[in-house]
Design a protein around this ligand. Structure first.
Ligand SMILES: NCc1[nH]cc(CCC(=O)O)c1CC(=O)O
Length: 284
């Protein structure tokens, strides 16, 4: 039986169980990462490094990550083994039926710079307040009145059976690269795991994720930079990518989009070049 390395949060376990089901059964190996131990995670490596060590030591065969939490380049020796069919990439607004429904100066909770930049760009009057912790903690703080509304990933709410908490889907906010997608990682020599993972990979999810990750890599962005990237496969099979870079205070932003590409990496690089030409470099 394949062994899946996963973080121990409720969301990570739900995702790992989902993948185990897709694979027809797998054993879960829980790994505590430095991201789980710290309050202020500055580097996405903190979510994945200990999990990669477990793969390297042969304690697990596959890792299941939220694609959003995985750095744009994997360390030598590790590969993307699969990207299962993707859930919604969008952010949800909890605690209100839409941004228009929020009072002037309402306190909206998030600790994401991308979400703060987008909220300020759309509604300069909003008071964006720190809201940390896992999904349940953030919903609890919202219910306790620490903020009037909060922005969370719709996919995370759905995976925890809390989609009822979403008052609106924020389609105007460009999602984070990888949001709503799962990324299965393996050691390049784990032939059996790689072969099993292939069977549950979705070509459209692989291609959209590759385009988004290539944009983030080209911009040199990470989780401390306000960058959004959302790729879609058109009906004709062509790939499109929409991306956002903005200042956290909402004073400046650029948003751009290209369609009709065949090669995901070329699409990510092309959109990144346009953003940089429009001044994104100074905002990063
Ligand atoms: N940063 C934490 C994180 N990583 C992945 C998700 C949600 C699931 C997903 O985006 O696939 C979340 C929670 C959130 O952003 O609200």
């Amino acid at each position: 039986m394949l062994r899946i390395a996963t973080r121990g949060s409720a969301l990570a376990l739900a995702q790992a169980r989902h993948v185990a089901t897709l694979l027809g059964g797998a054993e879960l190996v829980e790994v505590v990462t430095s991201g789980d131990r710290r309050r202020d995670v500055e580097d996405k490596r903190e979510w994945v490094a200990e999990i990669e060590s477990a793969l390297e030591r042969g304690e697990a065969d596959l890792a299941v990550h939220s694609a959003k939490d995985v750095p744009a380049t994997l360390p030598d020796g590790f590969v993307i083994a699969a990207v299962p069919p993707r859930a919604s990439p969008y952010d949800a607004l909890c605690g209100a039926s839409g941004l228009d429904a929020l009072d002037e100066g309402a306190r909206v909770g998030t600790s994401s710079l991308r979400r703060a930049a987008a909220l300020h760009a759309l509604r300069p009057d909003l008071d964006v307040v720190e809201l940390r912790g896992n999904v349940d903690t953030r919903l609890r703080k919202l219910a306790a009145g620490e903020c009037d509304a909060a922005v969370l990933a719709l996919a995370g709410l759905e995976r925890l059976g809390r989609a009822d908490a979403a008052g609106a889907v924020l389609e105007a906010v460009v999602p984070a690269s990888g949001q709503g997608a799962l990324l299965l990682e393996a050691h390049v020599e784990a032939a059996e795991a790689l072969q099993a993972a292939r069977t549950i990979s979705d070509p459209a999810a692989e291609r959209t994720l590759a385009a988004e990750r290539s944009l983030v890599a080209a911009l040199g962005a990470d989780c401390r930079t306000p960058v959004g990237a959302h790729a879609r496969e058109g009906a004709d099979g062509g790939l499109g990518l929409r991306a956002f870079v903005g200042r956290v205070d909402g004073s400046e932003w650029v948003i751009d989009e290209l369609d009709g590409f065949d090669d995901p990496a070329a699409l990510g690089a092309a959109v990144a070049a346009r953003l940089l030409a429009a001044g994104a470099g100074e905002m990063l």
